[in-house]
Design a binder for this molecule. Structure first.
Ligand SMILES: [Zn+2]
Length: 240
């Protein structure tokens, strides 16, 4: 996820849509379906424009478009909607490149994954992750709060006794100190999301990255697999 941090900005130009990962398959990236971008402006904006109260860059339009997975066999379609606004480029060679539409998504369905969720992750947690991915575009505070709920459910799965989250994490610390710190970090960001109604984009992206690392260990058994791989290579003296 760290290497793909620049994918998850708040908005993007209509001619430079980030290559989001496919929500269905592990391999594909999403591309804009040609000519699928549609924009409409409400009557209030049109009236203000006609009467000269505002200029075109002030108008906020609604947009929707479709993305599709580049892997032909998958071909998953993602529907995106949000706001668009005309912007002027800092540098442009041809007059027709001078302006572009800046698209700010307010929803993606199904939403691209912000973290790799191992195949062996329990089904109910996979659903929670999908919800968190969708909330990322709708409400960052609600997304952070959902990550906190995921922490609760991971602790349930790990057999940590029910109770106040801070105490549960404390109890988990003796078994898994590294993960307990991750969960504590997520608890703080989730608290901000719950009580103050918002969480910073960077903080939420940090949480996804930390959580991805934790579930790779807990459900993907990353260390066990890597240790096994090292042992196999050493035992075979490299001839694997
Ligand atoms: Zn795909």
């Amino acid at each position: 996820m760290a290497a793909t941090r620049d994918l998850w900005g708040k908005n993007f130009p209509d001619d430079d849509i980030p290559p989001y990962p496919c929500p269905e398959c592990d391999r594909g990236t999403l591309r804009c379906v040609p000519k699928s971008l549609r924009q409409m402006t409400s009557s209030n904006w049109n009236r203000a424009l006609q009467e000269g109260f505002i200029s075109p860059p002030d108008v906020v339009a609604n947009f929707n478009l479709f993305l599709q997975c580049g892997i032909t066999k998958c071909g998953t379609i993602v529907s995106v909607h949000g706001d668009s606004q005309l912007m002027e480029r800092n540098a442009w060679d041809r007059e027709e490149d001078r302006f572009f539409d800046l698209l700010t998504p307010h929803g993606m369905d199904p939403a691209p994954p912000l973290a790799t969720v191992p195949e062996s992750t329990p089904e109910h947690l996979k659903i929670e992750f999908s919800t968190a991915f969708a909330l990322f575009w709708i409400d960052l505070g609600a997304c952070a709060n959902r990550l906190r709920i995921i922490v609760e459910k991971i602790l349930d799965h790990q057999g940590v006794k029910a109770g106040v989250l801070a105490k549960r994490i404390e109890a988990y610390k003796t078994a898994q100190p590294g993960h307990a710190d991750t969960f504590d970090a997520l608890r703080f960001v989730g608290n901000i999301g719950s009580h103050e109604g918002e969480a910073s984009r960077e903080a939420v992206l940090d949480c996804f990255e930390l959580l991805q690392d934790a579930i790779a260990e807990l459900f993907g058994e990353r260390t066990t697999k890597l240790t096994g791989m090292k042992k196999r290579i050493i035992a075979a003296k490299g001839r694997v």
